[in-house]
Design a protein around this ligand. Structure first.
Ligand SMILES: [Zn+2]
Ligand SMILES: [Zn+2]
Ligand SMILES: [Zn+2]
Length: 326
């Protein structure tokens, strides 16, 4: 298994991973009674019966040991698939989903993400830490048992790199954060904002890629999700995420969720320190949630252009009307 770089788009591809084609293990390996014996990276609450447990992935995309060892093959770049790949089991209960959890339980899942990102960023080899969650049969989820996954990579994934570059350019031109600017306008227009709790807002982005795409973000500028928050703030974020997911699941059978936070800026060697010089001012963390749209819906993408049949203004209005307690 290795990483190969497409010289045109500059994106890295994980190449060759035969084990991943194997059928789903049965019984569920995430249920506490069936769990394959492995090291526990984090358990919450730390004492007593755990609700959230994090351990290394059984079939990791990236391996923790070693040096990425970048090398060339003629004009091409490649490196070893060094990194981390972890599973966050969100509940010991096989049938409980994140959307069904109490605010307190969701808060523990969010806290696990915070702690694992912060821990992985201490490793200077890792340039980026991604948290993602696939929920629903059509989402590509690995197991139906509620879980999310964390990867730490020696490169910044393509979409986040685009975002970071645009944010940096916006900041360079205006000395303002693009996401703060977006949120200010959205709050003023109030057309695409769905909900808020304390400092956190949920909105359908102006150029939504799929129907009911929704982002969660703090109003107060902050580039890093993994900064521990005061108790009340974290509870607000958990409450907003729960309400948002319960709304979304009334219009879609599943979703993808991804946390977008700043890259690992502890890599301060030469070029990179200059590159991320304005990161604290120019980037703003957020969650992106992309509902799964059914196969025959009017939303599909052709040649990487998104066609979205539902205007985000209509999506936001519909979502606002749905009962977030359901
Ligand atoms: Zn299970
Ligand atoms: Zn901002
Ligand atoms: Zn983003």
């Amino acid at each position: 298994m290795e990483l190969r770089k497409d010289p045109i788009t500059r994106s890295w591809v994980v190449a060759g991973h035969p084990e991943r084609d194997k059928v789903r293990p049965d019984p569920c390996p995430l249920c506490p009674e069936n769990r394959i014996e492995t090291q526990t990276l984090l358990a919450l609450p730390p004492e007593g019966k755990w609700q959230v447990r994090v351990y290394p992935h059984f079939r990791p995309l990236y391996r923790i040991e070693g040096d990425p060892g970048r090398s060339a093959e003629g004009i091409y770049d490649r490196m070893a698939a060094v990194g981390a790949h972890e599973i966050v089991v969100e509940t010991p209960d096989h049938t409980r989903t994140l959307a069904q959890m109490s605010d307190e339980e969701i808060e523990r899942v969010l806290d696990a993400w915070v702690r694992r990102i912060a821990d992985l960023k201490r490793d200077a080899r890792f340039k980026y830490v991604t948290v993602f969650k696939n929920q629903g049969e059509q989402s590509g989820e690995e197991w139906p048992h509620a879980h999310s996954q964390i990867t730490a990579t020696t490169f910044v994934p393509r979409r986040i790199l685009y975002e970071l570059r645009s944010a940096r350019e916006w900041y360079r031109d205006r000395e303002r954060c693009v996401i703060c600017d977006i949120l200010r306008q959205e709050m003023r227009q109030a057309k695409r904002v769905v909900d808020n709790a304390g400092d956190y807002y949920a909105l359908c982005p102006y150029a939504s890629r799929v129907p009911y795409e929704i982002w969660l973000l703090p109003r107060t500028h902050n580039h890093q999700y993994e900064v521990p928050l005061a108790g009340e703030q974290r509870r607000n974020l958990a409450a907003l995420l729960g309400r948002t997911l319960r709304r979304l699941l009334q219009v879609a059978p599943g979703y993808h969720l991804v946390v977008h936070t700043a890259p690992n800026t502890q890599q301060t060697k030469g070029e990179l320190s200059e590159y991320w010089r304005t990161i604290a001012g120019d980037y703003h963390w957020h969650f992106e949630i992309l509902p799964i749209v059914e196969q025959r819906s009017k939303s599909y993408s052709i040649k990487e252009v998104y066609f979205n049949g539902t205007l985000p203004e209509q999506a936001a209005e519909r979502l606002r009307q749905l009962d977030p307690a359901k």
